[in-house]
Design a binder for this molecule. Structure first.
Ligand code: SF4
Length: 481
């Protein structure tokens, strides 16, 4: 039984694993991280090939040639909202060229199962978290069994679309049983293909937990893929993986914990730091954090080799933070920035323009906050209302969406553009504001000391290399606009 796990071709450097799926302004390329985890589960019992077409610059024909050689019985294709039409077309081309069951996975499958299954190229969709759904589906194909009993899938039966009940999310114990994703990267991918503008290169991205209990209305992953409940791998399991990486991927300079928010459970973070120190580990790591993280914990994280925190500040306006149910205010954001600096941690501050209640005045508040907080790395995104989120529902009810088609969320180069337009703030103004803020921040003499602060620290040369590459890519992006 052979299973082909495909991150399908689309635009170069397109990241289906990114929070705002696009082609990344600073040269970013994400691992196909969810697909890789599922490949690890499937590979325990079946011959599996994991293919990352955007990383390898493969087009549809390259994939089809490869599929004809591998001759899979089951093909799992990843998808995202902005690439959905493309992903369905890839599935159709594969179906015409090779006779195998095709299953689509990824966030759109939980929102549009009926629409996706209208395609002749797709037999099944695996909704929400899909590692164990694919495992069961592969077993059913191998044994020529009816997939009717498999939870979490929708499929066609004599022209009728059947939706099986949702599958329970994997629990913490299950997460410990999933093979280390870094082993999959080493076996199937080339870690040098992947780049995060905020991480030392080369890096690997792993999850230590899944899901997020917070209620931010714009945030897609918990609402369309991984759920609200935070499920955690055991500390020893995570540290074992770090040890494995040190021994088997010695070129890795940083491990990025991609958990929606690694700092949800403060006690666990402290325990992780304590246990990290007991092992003879050198791994530098970074993580996604929330702005309610306290100074004492930051200090322990720094001692345990944490280098950088990625934090969703989102806005400099308390009203907007309230509208999006962030559960954080500007005062907490300022304290977080001060504390992180005191603790010696770098910060990537994320902001979003175009959220509910955004006005020219709130944009000014955000600009002022950026000036005051001076994040080491600034990320500003266009507020994209992904289907399935509360933000999307709100935009739809209030008729602020320019289009209902998520395939139109990106411009021709694959960069974000606003599809939300308010009577007092146009889509064009939102998109231009994002570019304007980034340009002003990075191409300004005021950024020089911020950049130098990153270079004059441990691993300064690697920091310089990272900064150089992302600056080069960012300048290319600005001039390409
Ligand atoms: S805390 Fe972060 S991951 Fe969780 S819902 Fe909010 S934005 Fe999403």
């Amino acid at each position: 039984m052979r299973v082909y796990m495909l991150n399908p071709p689309y635009l170069p450097h397109f990241g289906r694993g990114a929070r705002w799926q696009d082609t990344g302004r600073g040269g970013t390329l994400y691992y196909p991280v969810w697909l890789s985890y599922a490949a690890g589960v499937v590979e325990q019992e079946h011959e599996t090939r994991l293919v990352d077409a955007p990383a390898w610059n493969w087009n549809k024909d390259d994939v089809i040639d490869d599929i004809k050689k591998f001759k899979p019985d089951l093909v799992a294709i990843d998808s995202s909202f902005p690439s959905l039409d493309n992903d369905i077309q890839v599935a159709e081309a594969i179906k015409q060229a090779h006779d195998a069951m095709i299953v689509l996975v990824g966030p759109p499958t939980s929102q549009f199962p009926e629409e996706i299954l209208q395609s002749k190229g797709i037999d099944v969709v695996a909704r929400l978290e899909y590692d164990f759904t694919l495992k069961e589906l592969a077993e059913a194909v191998a044994l020529n069994k009816d997939p009717r009993h498999i939870k979490g899938i929708s499929y066609k039966d004599n022209g009728k679309i059947i939706h099986n009940p949702d599958r329970e999310f994997a629990n913490s114990g299950d997460l410990d049983r999933i093979p280390f994703v870094s082993k999959l990267y080493k076996k199937h991918l080339d870690i040098k293909d992947y780049f995060l503008g905020s991480s030392l290169y080369p890096e690997v991205q792993i999850f230590t937990g899944r899901g997020c209990p917070h209620k931010c209305t714009f945030c897609s992953w918990p609402q369309t893929l991984m759920g609200r409940k935070y499920r955690m791998r055991s500390i020893s399991n995570v540290l074992d993986e770090l040890e494995w990486i040190e021994n088997n991927l010695p070129e890795v300079k940083e491990v990025f914990f991609e958990d929606d928010t690694f700092t949800i459970n403060n006690r666990r973070v402290l325990e992780f730091c304590k246990e990290y120190s007991k092992r003879d580990l050198d791994t530098i790591w970074a993580c996604n954090a929330r702005a309610d993280l306290n100074y004492e914990t930051m200090k322990e994280m720094k001692k345990a080799n944490c280098r950088l925190l990625i934090v969703g500040y989102e806005s400099g306006s308390n009203e907007i933070l309230k509208n999006i149910k962030k559960g954080i205010d500007v005062q907490q954001i300022e304290a977080f920035a001060d504390n992180a600096r005191k603790a010696g941690l770098l910060v990537l501050g994320d902001f979003i323009i175009g959220l509910p209640g955004e006005t020219r005045e709130s944009i000014e508040q955000t600009k002022k906050a950026i000036k005051k907080l001076k994040p080491d790395i600034l990320q500003v995104s266009v507020a994209s209302p992904f289907p399935g989120t509360e933000f999307y529902q709100w935009c739809k009810e209030n008729e602020y969406l320019l289009t209902d088609n998520p395939n139109e969320y990106l411009d021709e180069q694959g960069h974000q553009k606003s599809i939300v337009s308010y009577p007092w703030l146009s889509a064009e103004e939102i998109t231009n504001t994002v570019d304007g803020i980034l340009r002003k921040y990075y191409i300004s003499p005021r950024y020089i000391p911020v950049a130098l602060r990153q270079v004059f620290r441990k691993n300064g040369l690697y920091e310089l290399r990272r900064l150089w590459y992302s600056t080069k890519m960012f300048i290319g992006y600005i001039f390409g606009r």
